[in-house]
Design a protein around this ligand. Structure first.
Ligand code: G3P
Ligand code: MG
Length: 243
């Protein structure tokens, strides 16, 4: 089995994370998948950013949940990374989906619902409205640290692949595996490297697999995938190891 290489927040190592340039870069590099994070704005719009606040990755301050989309769109989401990316904006989920359609992206689209710190009432239904039904070119995979989000998404779209995210293995992840609600675990690489016992029917896509040593370890173990900030690095190593 060839281990899938999934670009974490787009190619986060070389572009401002979770922006259109980062997703384009991941596609150009040949990543097998793209991972990204979704939150809800004050006016109920789905926006693509990792943190609950805009402080770290933009020129603004405050929580996403306290801002309207119009306010969020005024922020610069590229300059924090390099002045080359000034004017990059926080995209909406719809804008990212449109990009993947426009680029005819056949890889994995791993959407992480960021409901572990803020619950964002109704976010699962809103995500479903964007991603239901249509014949998308990409292969959709949902994930979340919050088991409730996984349950709700599974009820809405049982046919869509889902994964439990965790830093420390949770009861919910084991329960969902037994009930086949999820197909994979997306654990931290630290957890993977300190545990030798996995359930045989649960496949792994650890994050964030960046060092050569961690990448080689995951390829040797034939894990289903890795989530990495550096797809090109991982692709080069995979070529040597898995052909
Ligand atoms: O989905 C894998 C990984 O993104 C989970 O952690 O904090 O980078 O969203 P985080
Ligand atoms: Mg994530």
């Amino acid at each position: 089995m060839i281990t899938q290489i999934i670009a974490h927040r787009g190619s986060k190592g070389v572009r401002p994370e979770n922006t259109i340039v980062a997703f384009n870069k991941a596609i150009d590099e040949g990543a097998d998948g793209i991972e990204t994070d979704v939150h809800l704005s004050k006016d109920g719009k789905l926006v693509i950013i990792h943190d609950e606040t805009v402080n770290r990755t933009t020129d603004g301050e405050g929580r996403i949940f306290d801002k309207t989309l119009a306010e969020i769109k005024k922020l610069d989401a590229g300059a924090y990374f390099s002045e080359k990316y000034v004017n990059e904006r926080i995209p909406t989920l719809q804008e990212v989906v449109d990009l993947l359609i426009q680029r005819k992206y056949h890889g994995i689209f791993n959407l992480e619902l960021k409901t572990d710190k803020i619950k964002y009432p109704g976010i699962e239904q809103k995500v479903y409205e964007v991603l239901k039904g249509e014949d998308f070119p990409f292969h959709l995979v949902y994930s979340s640290f919050n088991p409730k989000s996984i349950s709700v998404l599974h009820q809405l779209q049982p046919e869509v692949e889902a994964a439990s995210l965790f830093k420390i293995n949770t009861k919910a992840a084991r329960r969902f595996s037994r009930r086949r609600i999820i197909q994979e675990w997306h654990p931290s690489i630290a957890w993977v490297r300190s545990h030798r016992f996995f359930l045989p029917h649960v496949q792994l896509r650890p994050w964030t697999v960046n060092s050569e040593d961690d990448i080689k370890y995951c390829f040797k173990k034939n894990f289903k995938g890795i989530i990495t900030d550096y797809p090109t690095r991982a692709l080069k190593i995979r070529k040597k190891m898995q052909g």
